[in-house]
Design a protein around this ligand. Structure first.
Ligand code: BES
Ligand code: MN
Ligand code: ZN
Length: 514
């Protein structure tokens, strides 16, 4: 992981591989952002013109490399686009945190393989500093576990994968200011755990079985003073967890339910996070066709997000109790797999007619939601790569937020917006419930095709305890990036929803939620 430090050194004297500066889109062309003064001065005040000559406009995501001016110890200047310049008439207008995060991410990714880079982006307070730190840590991420990264004997260069930028020195902050230091500590705690969630998502399903995931959770819990409890297949049978057992029944790798409890001695609120952890979703007997299963290792992204958020909350010592529930199973077809037509008796006691074994996420979540409900938390938030329908509705970068409480849905949506995670509120229309009526069981696991994401949400609602505030995040779109990297988002696992969950825990700790 990239090391973050704060420095008050002047850019010219810094020994680094590159100096990163910001360039914004001004009314009459590119504008060098605050932080770039030393570079501009060394270019005799012509930096904006130089950037324009090189084709820079200041657009978000844009990256322009130029040789460092003479007198600089670093050889390279990297100018990253910040988008529109903040309105000069508005005294409070600084650069938007998300613009800073994206720009820092783009630069950090471009500097993969480098030893050290200095970031001279506009910093007007701890918020901006934290955003830059997050962008660096998230943008520098790479997943090389399964690649031969040994150096080539002939030229000493890495054969395969460059490895992340080793060290980022952030300029413009105040190393002795408590708020500035805290912003970096928070960025490191959240982003290191978020990157671990990405690692879990990217780990192939032959290695990341439910058992392996549970073991990783046990290790991390021990390290961070979190209480952990793992129910294996025997314990699940004993407890009557029909959803987890039904879905996991087709796989040699048996299911697990992991409970992580972070507690704070002075907490007066309790949040429960529940994650869908299908380590591989083949569809089961309702097998997915080729073209639909290549990325299904990502189907445990919800559980990875919950795990990361609980550990981050513990690392930050938030004054709130947070329980994380990881519903882990592998959905495979076999002679012991659940069949379309089977009826499962769930942990809550309700029976479910399985009409499609590919609608498995709601079955494992149903058991975990009920287990979470028995503790009567103040609120439950579940996170799941639940439906292709949500991707059709919102695209591949935005998650849907459903809830049994309008103001809680708004609060979750606003928390997501605040941390830079695209989200959108979705309804739970009552008329869609009757499509799940079953002639043999209390409910079927499928309903109308139209509004499939909302149907899934309505199914989950049936397994939330009476009177408990609940929200459901369907992250099927943003959990896994099948396209090229953008901003601070890499290809593959993205760590979607981690920052939203951490923010919800912080807001609850501060008494600003519920
Ligand atoms: N894991 C999938 C949903 C999914 C699809 C996630 C694409 C990420 C990308 C889920 O288990 C599933 O198969 N859902 C079905 C439900 C249907 C059978 C009611 C779907 O969306 O097609
Ligand atoms: Mn499925
Ligand atoms: Zn699934």
């Amino acid at each position: 992981m990239t090391a973050l430090t704060l420095s008050t050194s002047a850019a010219p004297g810094l020994r680094a591989d590159a100096i990163v500066i910001g360039v914004a889109k001004g009314a009459e062309g590119p504008v060098a952002a605050p932080g770039a003064e030393a570079v501009d001065k060394a270019y005799d005040g012509r930096l904006a013109g130089v950037l324009e000559t090189l084709g820079a406009s200041g657009a978000e995501g844009e990256l322009t490399k130029l040789p460092a001016p003479s007198g600089f110890k670093a050889p390279l200047v990297v100018a990253v686009g910040l988008g529109a310049e903040p309105d000069g008439k508005d005294a409070d207008a600084g650069y938007d945190a998300e613009a800073l995060r994206k720009a820092a991410g783009v630069a950090a990714r471009a500097l993969a393989g480098c030893r050290k880079a200095a970031f001279a982006l506009p910093v007007d307070g701890p918020g901006a500093l934290g955003a830059i730190g997050e962008g660096v840590l998230l943008g520098a991420y790479s997943f090389d576990t399964y690649k031969d990264t040994a150096k080539d004997a002939k030229n000493g260069k890495a054969k395969n994968g460059k490895g992340p930028l080793a060290e980022a020195v952030l300029l413009g902050g105040k190393p002795r200011d408590a708020a500035h230091k805290a912003a970096l500590v928070r960025a490191a705690a959240v982003c290191e755990e978020l990157n671990r969630a990405r690692d879990l998502v990217n780990t192939p399903p032959n290695d990341l079985t439910p058992q392996a995931f549970a073991a990783i959770a046990q290790g991390a819990a021990k390290e961070h003073g979190i209480k952990v409890q793992v129910l294996d297949d025997k314990a699940l049978v004993k407890g009557g967890y029909g959803g987890l057992l039904g879905v996991g029944g087709g796989s040699e790798a048996t299911p697990r339910l992991v409970k992580l409890s972070y507690t704070h001695a002075k907490a007066d609120k309790h949040l429960a996070f529940v994650g869908k952890g299908i380590t591989y979703d083949s569809g089961g007997i309702s097998l997915k066709p080729a073209g639909h299963n290549e990325t299904m290792k990502c189907d445990m992204s919800g559980a990875a997000a919950v795990f990361a958020a609980v550990v981050a909350a513990a690392r930050l010592g938030l004054r709130v109790n947070v329980t994380g529930w990881l519903a882990l199973a592998e959905n495979m077809p076999s002679g012991s797999a659940v069949r379309p037509g089977d009826v499962l008796r769930m942990y809550s006691g309700k029976t479910v007619e399985v009409l499609n074994t590919d609608a498995e996420g709601r079955l494992v979540l149903a058991d975990a939601l009920w287990a979470a409900s028995l503790e009567k938390p103040d609120a439950i938030v579940d996170v799941a790569t639940l439906t292709g329908a949500m991707m059709l509705a919102l695209g591949s970068r935005t998650f849907g937020v459903m809830a049994n409480d309008d103001s809680f849905r708004t609060a979750v949506y606003e928390a997501a917006d605040e941390v830079g995670e695209p989200a959108w509120p979705m309804p739970l229309p009552e008329h869609l419930r009757k499509g799940m009526d079953s002639s043999v069981a209390d409910i079927a696991n499928m309903g109308e095709r139209m509004g499939g994401g909302l149907v899934a949400g309505l199914f989950l609602r049936e397994f939330v305890g009476e009177g408990i505030t609940w929200a459901h995040l369907d992250i099927a779109g943003p959990a896994f990036n099948e396209g090229g990297p953008f901003g601070y988002t890499p290809k593959g696992g993205t760590g979607s929803a981690v920052r939203t969950l951490v923010r919800l825990a912080e807001l609850t700790a501060a008494g600003d939620l519920g």
